[in-house]
Ligand binder design. Structure first.
Ligand code: HEM
Length: 399
């Protein structure tokens, strides 16, 4: 439960031992009487839980677990339950059907030329600098631009969205100089921004995603303003930090495995490489569920009301599901990872967008900065939830 454990890197060795010796095991939460969680570490068990939302609820105690979660005030949980992430079917299915309109494969494909254009602009700036921080210059730019493009956010507001989404998530790390309270202030600011955006679109409907979400045009259903504001907040968190870290970890994986960078540059296995980068990074380390009835999981008796923690980081190195899981292989064909969740109703809504961003960013990097080199070791984010790289000094040599 201690973020410091992860600031030193992912405890993959410990996870491997746990997965082999006690793949579903109980961990008491410090300072509580009887609370704790079942740690779930295999791919099969994560899938079993994720695909049975009637047995394993996202609503009952929310999906986010941290040291503060235990003894969390009811009102905080109520706020979390505004997010679709923390709602169960059938209410969840209703919301998901509406927001899915913004994420159809066709919509995402139609964004690709613009994403490619963004990747070139990002690289132009990096090359002009000659050296810098990969996280700031490259990895964080792409998701932000992609999200703003998808949602039709005006250019002038992009820096503000970036700053707010950083403050909303990074509060466990002292370097961001924020606190959980500041995280909440940032969330409120984002909420207010979304509300203004919705009001603007209601007054002047356009042919864009926001108007489509707000207008009852497809199946007579739409989001209320409040639902839109909350969804926007979720996108800002879910879409930025995650994809940024996939890109940063991907670059680091190429630095650590230069032969894979060579293969990538010459063969361009774009789809398999994007998938492997996302598995390798596993930017979201875990989500929790709560058992709604007694259930035997991985041979363990899970009792009604107990928490179950789906440790995606551990499952993505599960040799029973993934061949040679500790090898970074950009040509990997079968790659049933759980970085986007173990399937079921909450499977990452933005998965195809994230894949496109990663694919396009590395394709353009390979074309235009093939000799990119690290100049200092990367610095990890202090977080027990996001597998993050905070800083990654590099050189951008011109070809
Ligand atoms: C590599 C990048 C990403 C990773 C690793 C990731 C991971 C995840 C995971 C693990 C879940 C929960 C799955 C579950 O509970 O079964 C999730 C849900 C979600 N993600 Fe992503 N995500 C990424 C990118 C994105 C992007 C780019 C967006 C949007 C622009 C996005 C939007 C969402 C939303 C809205 C949900 C909630 C879906 C629901 O509750 O039905 N994600 N994501």
């Amino acid at each position: 439960m201690n973020p410091d454990t992860f600031a030193a890197g992912q405890p993959l060795g410990e996870f491997a031992t746990i997965r082999e010796e006690a793949p579903v095991s109980w961990y008491p939460a410090p300072g509580t009487s009887g609370d704790g969680f079942w740690l779930v570490t295999t791919r099969a068990d994560i899938e079993e839980v994720s695909r049975q939302p009637d047995v394993f609820s996202s609503y009952e105690r929310g999906t986010i677990i941290s040291a503060d979660t235990f003894g969390q005030p009811e009102e905080q949980l109520q706020t979390m339950r505004l997010l679709m992430l923390n709602i169960d079917p059938p209410e969840h299915s209703h919301l998901r059907n509406i927001v899915q309109r913004a994420f159809t494969p066709r919509t995402i494909r139609s964004l690709e030329p613009q994403l490619t254009e963004f990747a070139h602009q990002i690289v132009d700036r990096a090359l002009a600098q000659g050296a810098g921080d990969f996280v700031e210059d490259i990895a964080s730019e792409m998701p932000l631009l992609a999200l703003c493009e998808l949602m039709g956010i005006p250019n002038a507001d992009r820096a503000k969205i970036f700053e707010l989404s950083n403050r909303m998530v990074g509060f466990d790390d002292p370097e961001y100089q924020t606190s959980p309270a500041d995280g909440q202030v940032a969330s409120m600011e984002m909420y207010v921004y979304a509300d203004e955006l919705a009001a603007e679109h209601r007054a002047n409907p356009k042919d864009d995603i926001i108007s489509r979400l707000l207008r009852a045009e497809i199946d007579g259903d739409n989001l209320t303003s409040e639902q839109f504001d909350v969804f926007f907040l979720l996108l800002a968190v879910a879409g930025n930090e995650t994809t940024r870290n996939a890109i940063s970890h991907g670059m680091q994986a190429f630095f650590d495995n230069p032969e894979q960078w060579e293969i990538f540059k010459t063969e361009r296995p774009l789809d398999t490489a994007a998938e492997e980068i996302i598995r390798w990074a596993t930017p979201v380390m875990h989500f929790q569920r709560t058992a709604m009835r007694d259930y035997v999981l991985g041979g363990q008796q899970v009792s009604r009301g107990e928490r179950v923690l789906l440790m995606y980081t551990a499952a993505n190195r599960d040799g029973a599901a993934i061949a040679e899981p500790d090898t970074f292989d950009v040509r990997r064909e079968a790659n049933p990872h759980v970085a986007f969740g173990g399937g079921g109703p909450h499977f990452c809504l933005g998965a195809n967008l994230a894949r496109a961003e990663v694919r396009i960013m590395f394709d353009v990097l390979a074309d235009r900065i093939p000799d990119i080199t690290p100049t200092e070791p990367p610095r990890a984010l202090r977080s027990m939830f996001i597998n993050g790289i905070k800083r990654m000094p590099v050189r951008y040599p011109a070809t």
